[in-house]
Design a protein around this ligand. Structure first.
Ligand code: ADP
Ligand code: 5GP
Length: 186
């Protein structure tokens, strides 16, 4: 059986990664979205095991020590990581797996999975990024400021990626993402 593809989707917080992925997964139920582990608190509506596996810092630390994570990082005061086993299992079964992760994690994956397809999602402007982040209405002012600061740094790394995907008009971005994945999954 042919192995599946590993796809990494990154970009600043609020750019629309989650929104793009939700639509994409509806269209392609065979794509698997990796569910990360995080020490951040759940947002309203987030579901354990579907949005994230929410764990405390001790549990996260143990997962690092027992090498259960494919990559991990600290992001604006919380830890985030990708559990290895489901990713490896799905790829072996021929399914394509998407990691929606931040820049440091994407760089780690570049080293361990050089064949992964790495996509960076760009906002049309920093002002629009801020508008989206605020418009989502789910983060504290402190978190928004930290995320915008981190996002500005992340944007400088967009050129490191195989593909830069502009998310201005959502439908256009979705169509482009569709084409990129279809092309690379050939
Ligand atoms: P991320 O997962 O990258 O942090 P989200 O998917 O949560 O970002 O999107 C942040 C906010 O921006 C949400 O309120 C979402 O509805 C909005 N959004 C996403 N894409 C677009 C777009 N193309 N145009 C306008 N608003 C968008
Ligand atoms: P949020 O708190 O908004 O859900 O996520 C914050 C950031 O962490 C986003 O950029 C998201 O892509 C990233 N992220 C989510 N899960 C992981 C993960 O497993 N590893 C890494 N490195 N980043 C992650």
């Amino acid at each position: 059986m042919q192995t599946g593809k590993l796809i990494v989707l990154t970009g600043p917080s609020g750019v629309g990664k989650g929104t793009l992925l939700r639509s994409l997964l509806q269209r392609y139920p065979r794509l698997v979205l990796s569910v990360s582990v995080t020490t951040r608190s759940p947002r309203p509506g987030e579901v354990e095991g579907r949005s994230y596996f929410f764990v405390d810092r001790n549990k996260f630390q143990r997962m690092i020590e027992t090498e259960e994570l494919l990559e991990w990082t600290e992001y604006t005061g919380n830890f985030y990581g990708t559990p290895s086993i489901p990713v490896i299992k799905n790829i072996k079964q021929g399914k394509s797996v998407i990691l929606e992760i931040e820049l440091q994690g994407a760089r780690q994956i570049q080293k361990t999975f050089p064949d992964a397809l790495r996509i960076f999602v760009l906002p049309p402007s920093k002002a629009e990024l801020e508008k989206r982040l605020r418009g989502r209405g789910q983060d504290s002012e402190e978190a928004i400021v930290k995320r915008l600061q981190r996002g500005t740094e992340e944007l400088e790394a967009a050129v490191e990626f195989d593909i830069q995907l502009m998310n201005d008009n959502l439908e256009d971005a979705l169509q482009n993402l569709d084409q990129i994945l279809f092309h690379f999954r050939e």
